[in-house]
Every structure is written in structure tokens, then in C-alpha cells.
Write a protein that binds this ligand. Sequence first.
Ligand SMILES: [Zn+2]
Length: 278
Amino acid sequence: MFELPEVVTVARQMHDRLRGEPIVSVDVADERPRFMFLNDDLGAYKSRLVGRKIVEVIGRGKWIRAMLDSGSILLLGEMFGRILYVPPDGELPKKVHAQVTFADGGRLVVTIQAWGGFQVLTPDELAAHPYAGTQGVSAIDKAFTAERFDGVLDGSGEWSRKPIKAFLVHEGNVCGIGNGYLQDILFRAKLSPKRKVPDIARDERDRLHAAIVETMTEAIDKGGRDTEKDLFGEPGGYVPILDRRAKDQPCPDCGTPIEKIAYLGGSCYVCPNCQPAG
Ligand SMILES: [Zn+2]
């Protein structure tokens, strides 16, 4: 699934490769996954996209915003799937759920594996978007200081009483963290995913803030995780410390076997010694 480092990587690549090239056609497959989130019919996609150019692509949180010269936004995100560039003479993947073709023959193709958004919005529609329009601070924003993070931890209403896993993966609190990077963030902070936000002490909050910045910055520098593909189909260079490959392997800090636990709708990987449930 695309989290902040993959979003930033693919957005940069889209910006460099697609900017300024007119869009000549758009297609959305009739047969598509149930959780492919569209916002209009194909006719509306065509009238909003064809003849337009991308002027800038911005990656923020779990969403990529391709800004069009019309002022509208092609929005891709919450993506458990692939966003791929296919050159003019290149072969399309077997399954394509959405395709944007450019005047030079290059194509942007989207293949959904489980869920994902492919939408064209006006700025007002983006502002009213239930996810992309309500994003919290990003780990790579200058504004993401320890003090700001403190304020988010304390001031997020019902979220401020939830387990830290639920709190961190919610896009409205700190955007761009999913269940993937969450494992390394919590391991570096030496926190169990089950710890409740109000029970996290001062020094633990600081460790958590540092772990978020460290993990996301390193992963962006390396182009995302090695289990995800970029716009050109290449894997990233960030090897997670804790993912499914780490189960039963020794903890890199203390040697205790890493455990897999099912928690809040997804697997967590933890060192029971370094990350006590409290
Ligand atoms: Zn350990």
C-alpha cells in the first residue's frame, strides 16, 4: 500500500515525466474492483481531463495530487495497487483499471489490487474530500515539530483516547502513515501498538516524534519500500526492520524473536521485550 514515502516518490516521478504533455484520452475499465473509488462517470472524466496538461504533481500523505492547467486536480491515493508509466512502445500490464494517454503516446495506468482512488476534482471538491481534504500535519512538513506533535496527540478529540496504532494511521492526525511504516516507527520508539495515547509519557512522545521523522525521511531518501514499485516498476530501496519477513527472527536490538499479532484490522510485528504492552 502507498504510504508517504511511496506517494512522494511516485509524485516526483509523475511531475518529471508527465508535466506539460497534453492528455489526449482517458479510460476507466467497466470491470473494476469494488473498492476503486471514482467520483464521476467516464464522460465527466473525459471532459475534465482531455486537452488538459499537468502543471505540477504533489505528494502529500497517502494522496497524489496532479494539478491540471484548468485548475482541477487528478487525485490518486489510498492506493493498494500500482500507478505505472508505460512508454509509447511499452506493453500495458494485464490488468488496467484506469488509463490516461498523453500526446506523446505515453500512458499513466492504474491497477487496483484491493482499493484505491482515481478521481478528478475541482479545488472546492478537493477541500470537501472526506480524506484528502482533511489531512493532518505531514512528517516531512517543517511544521511537524515535537511541540506540534504534542498538540496533535492531545487535541484530536476521540482519537486522543485511542491506541497509538489507530491514532497514527488516521490521515487526519499525521498524514501518510499506514500499517507498513507503523511497524518500524513503533519499534524505533520502543512502543507497543496497543499503548493508549493518554498513557504515553513525555520521553516516549519525543521518541515517537523522532521515530516518525527518521523513518519517513530515510524511506523517502531510498524511494519507498523494497516491497513496493515506483512509477517505472522499480522497487524502492528501504528494507523495513519489521514486516512479515521478520516474524520469528531475532530482534535487531535484543535478540528476542519478533512476534506477529493481529490487532485492529491488520498484522503488527513487535519485539515483546523492546515494546512491552505496558
Ligand atoms: Zn527487542
